[in-house]
Design a protein around this ligand. Sequence first.
Ligand SMILES: *Cc1c(COP(=O)(O)O)cnc(C)c1O
Length: 353
Amino acid sequence: MATATLSIDLDAIAANWAALDRASAQGVQTAAVVKADAYGLGIDRVAPALARAGARRFFVAVAEEGAKLRQVLGPGPQIAILGGHMAGDTEMIHDLDLTPMLNSVQQVTRHLEALPGHPFGIQLDTGMNRLGLEAAEWQAIAPIVLGAKPELLMSHLACADEPDHPLNAQQLANFHRMTDGTGLPRSFAATGGILLGPAYHFDLTRPGVGLYGGQPFAQAHPVVTLSLPVIQTREVVAGEAVGYACSWVAEGPATVATLSAGYADGLPRTLSNKVHLWDGDTPVPLIGRVSMDLITADISHLPEVPRTLDILGPHQGVDDLAAIAGTIGYEILTSLGPRYARRYIDRRTGGQA
Ligand SMILES: *Cc1c(COP(=O)(O)O)cnc(C)c1O
């Protein structure tokens, strides 16, 4: 086996969606966020699995992602574009029945002029200062917009993964102030917001990272396993260095395994000399620098040379790896590279393909 293999458990993704759906308050609909190729895991396999689990509304970042998703899902499910209605996207939005979440006065004008009667939502900025209409802008154009019947009023929390952060309650109050009395469906919570409790749920929740096994959804089923093949081994003696910059030096005789994956495959270089791989339940230290295509590990303590070692799996999830690398699980997931052989686990269709 020559290629590194990324296994993606579609049943775990479906189970995570169902769990977040149950965690959403009674009568609240649960959407699925599949932007960035379903957080790097492959929208063409992940979105149908979510649809089978019961998701009827999907969020992506930009219209091109929405176009691809429409091909995957066919007509029916709603596909919302978080980036809104950008210049040049009108035809795609119309032809593929995409629902832009309009973020600015300019986008509102563009949409209502170019596609009158075409579904849209409104994204409001309640304190994150990233995307959406500000309170004063919204107040000015709300009468016109409400007359055009938006499908959804939405906003996004900046600090939902910190339950005690004061901005959560402030944003919630702002969202109420901006949307109470409109009688329109509202959406406020992503994964973190769902866990903040029913006051944050409104009519539609929009989990992303929790579906893929990431924090802050601590009860998530793990979704990914990443197995790297050993492509060479060698014996070194005390004083010999391994890899770029001689950052690891043997203290005694050691067996070094070289594995096929590196920072070009999304294994951050900051993992150099810091992380373990796993041979089943046995930890194996990564030694030396992470190279572009290769990493090295000290397998001296193993009874035989393993065919593969896992860097993501039951003993080490995306958030564990992220913590060691100094980043977040989202970044580990969305950086997993195109060189891996992808194997999808799908018991429902009996498949491992
Ligand atoms: C990415 C994103 C989500 C999903 O967030 P998670 O933290 O991954 O659950 C929901 N809403 C918006 C606006 C987003 O940008």
